[in-house]
Design a protein around this ligand. Structure first.
Ligand code: ACM
Length: 261
């Protein structure tokens, strides 16, 4: 299975341009699964909730049609971050577009910094979607710092963590290696690059998108400042083996009777 992480530099507020750029980057590489960054259609640093609302979509919005068409024609899965409009609420969401036309949405459950003034936190547990030859779990950016998210996806059988990100702290790319080792799963982290100076703040996004194997090997890692599509060939079934020595299975050995969570 070929997995691609699409490291792009969305332009704030220009949904049409960002979709075109995303589709063009996806079309430049053949893969079975493409993961794109968080809020790839809108950009990140909103002045207000109202502004985010103007740049938000519902999951059935026609702007997703071009990406859905690529998923259909290439028999591939596309995971992309977007600002989701749901009645009066806004969520920071990821959408999984499957080759059969079905769509699945995950709403970020742990909001970072000023996102708390813009979005509602996700209202449903992270879940696993089986499609494209693998079991996929979506998580969004700051979710990485809560080990429970990756763990709960892995316990549900996820083989690949599809991590859409707009990372600004310096820790995740290294820490995700641990998430993979402790859960024996793959991770495909699509981070953005570039800078946004808005709302009285400046944020620089850290790039270095990566695909990590269940043993912690970094199969590919991107630059800090270039748009690029990084691809790795993987066997998702390797994530079904949770043994780490002949005597240790990291799931069977858990002491849920003693943990205080
Ligand atoms: C983040 O959660 N976008 C840092």
């Amino acid at each position: 299975m070929r997995v691609a992480v699409v490291q792009m530099d969305p332009e704030f507020g220009d949904v049409k341009r960002n979709i075109e750029r995303a589709v063009s980057m996806i079309s430049s590489e053949t893969a079975d699964l493409y993961v794109l960054p968080e809020l790839a259609l809108s950009g990140y640093l909103f002045e207000s909730r109202e502004e985010a609302g103007e740049l938000a979509q519902t999951p059935d919005d026609p702007v997703f049609e071009e990406m859905a068409a690529v998923a259909r024609s290439e028999a591939a899965v596309v995971v992309v971050g977007f600002a989701e409009k749901a009645g009066k609420e806004l969520f920071n969401s990821s959408m999984l577009l499957a080759p059969d036309g079905s769509r699945s949405v995950y709403r970020k459950i742990q909001l970072f910094w000023s996102e708390k003034h813009v979005f509602s936190p996700g209202d449903a547990a992270p879940h696993v979607v089986e499609c494209g030859g693998a079991r996929l779990g979506m998580m969004i950016c700051f979710d990485w710092i809560f080990p429970e998210v990756a763990r709960s996806l892995a316990l549900q059988g996820a083989q690949i963590l599809c991590h859409s990100a707009n990372l600004v702290l310096p820790y995740c790319q290294a820490a995700l290696v641990t998430r993979c080792i402790e859960n024996r799963v793959f991770a495909a982290c699509a981070n953005r690059i570039g800078k946004e100076v808005r709302a009285g703040r400046e944020l620089a996004f850290t790039g270095m998108s990566e695909i990590v194997a269940p043993n912690g090997d970094v199969l590919v890692r991107g630059t800090v400042d270039r748009e690029e599509v990084l691809v790795a060939e993987i066997d998702p079934s390797l994530a079904d083996d949770k043994s780490i020595t002949p005597e240790n299975d990291i799931f069977a050995d858990r002491r849920t009777d003693l943990y205080r969570l």
